[in-house]
Design a protein around this ligand. Structure first.
Ligand code: PEP
Ligand code: MN
Length: 358
């Protein structure tokens, strides 16, 4: 039984983005007292995109966190990015570690961490790399496992994109964690909706989606006073917000525990989405070609509809389809629609440049 196997879902990790002060940790933990928390998280060293912003309190925060564990009984998780962080975390008896997205991208750095972890028995979570590369994520997990760490889990926190879509801070690309789970069956996988959305009001929706797909747990940034947070202020929930989220979270009973059925379904849906997008792309190109053919026919005084050509199209498509086990009637019906649209396009008068520019 892995440390990360939840007795009941979700395996919950919550706490502030950064440990800012003893007072802030206490207030946050007090707000969360009584919640079914498996790990209290807090960043002690913060990887910042640009220099000059708050970079964490460092080792002193480890003292504060020990007090939180003593007072509230929460097990503790922190991010490690350097071998020295691992050594200090072990020295202070931190219960679990995570490797951040900016570290997972770098195999040298992950290997340094793996070497520092060797011979120790501490659970480790590996966040996805910032770029959507499942091999890199898998590779980081393998390095940690090869160092002898038995309890390893993955955290999906979304992927950077130049342009934000859906107003999310990081794109979820659900197919990637689903693919990781296919490659490493039984790997506990958690979702971090805080870093995916970047916005507190969107966090519950993404947390629910993760549960619907069959994720095992959630990492949710929670701060006693989110608006005053020194890092990631927009995405942190208050303890009351976390309580609401948990109350509303629906854990689907029809997913038998340990089953990958929903993950499999989500994977297949994503593959179907990609195929449909290709079909639409091909249809658009097909119609573009039809318009060009229409122009040539018009110039040569030919009718758009050519019965002989139409018979040939139907025959070739039907036999091509049946070679691939596609029903002939289905192909006939489909190509009737494609051909009708093609003829309609061919009859369309080309838009004049002068009209276009108006
Ligand atoms: C964090 O958990 O606060 C953090 C820095 O996350 P990530 O590595 O996902 O950006
Ligand atoms: Mn954060």
């Amino acid at each position: 039984m892995s440390f990360f196997t939840p007795a009941h879902k979700p395996f919950l990790i919550a706490g502030p983005c950064s440990a800012e002060s003893r007072e802030q940790l206490w207030q946050t933990a007090r707000g969360m007292a009584g919640l079914p928390l498996q790990l209290f998280r807090a960043g002690v060293w913060k990887p910042r995109t640009r220099p000059g912003s708050f970079e964490g309190k460092g080792a002193i925060a480890l003292d504060w966190l020990q007090e939180i564990r003593q007072e509230f009984g929460f097990a503790l998780a922190i991010e490690v990015a350097e071998a020295e962080h691992v050594e200090l975390a072990l020295q202070y008896g931190i219960d679990a570690l995570w490797i951040g997205a900016r570290t997972t991208v770098n195999p040298f750095q992950v290997q340094h961490l793996a070497d520092a972890l060797r011979g120790n028995d501490i659970p480790v979570m590996v966040k996805n790399p910032v770029n959507p590369d499942v091999d890199l994520w898998q590779g980081a997990i393998e390095r940690i496992k090869t160092a002898g760490i038995k309890d390893v889990a993955a955290i999906h926190r979304g992927f950077s994109a130049y342009k934000t879509v859906n107003s999310y801070r990081n794109q979820p690309n659900w197919i990637i964690p689903v693919e990781l789970r296919r490659r490493i069956p039984g790997l506990p996988i958690f979702c971090d909706p805080s870093h995916i959305t970047g916005k507190a009001d969107l966090v519950p929706r993404v947390a629910q989606k993760a549960m619907d797909i069959g994720f095992d747990g959630l990492m949710i940034e929670t701060h006693s006073h989110p608006e005053a947070a020194l890092t990631d202020a927009a995405q942190q929930l208050s303890p009351a917000g976390l309580k609401d989220l948990l109350q509303q979270l629906v854990i689907r009973k029809e997913i038998p525990s340990g089953s990958d059925g929903m993950l499999e379904l989500e994977y297949l849906r994503q593959v179907a989405d990609n195929i449909d997008a290709e079909i639409i792309d091909l249809l658009s190109r097909r119609m573009e070609i039809s318009s060009q053919m229409g122009e040539i026919k018009r110039k040569n005084n030919m009718t758009a509809y050519q019965p002989e050509r139409w018979r040939e199209i139907m025959e070739t498509r039907r036999s091509q389809g049946s070679r691939l086990m596609l029903d002939e009637q289905y192909i006939s019906a489909l190509w009737q629609i494609i051909h009708d649209e093609s003829i309609r396009r061919q009859l369309e008068q080309p838009v004049q440049n002068s009209a276009k520019n108006q």
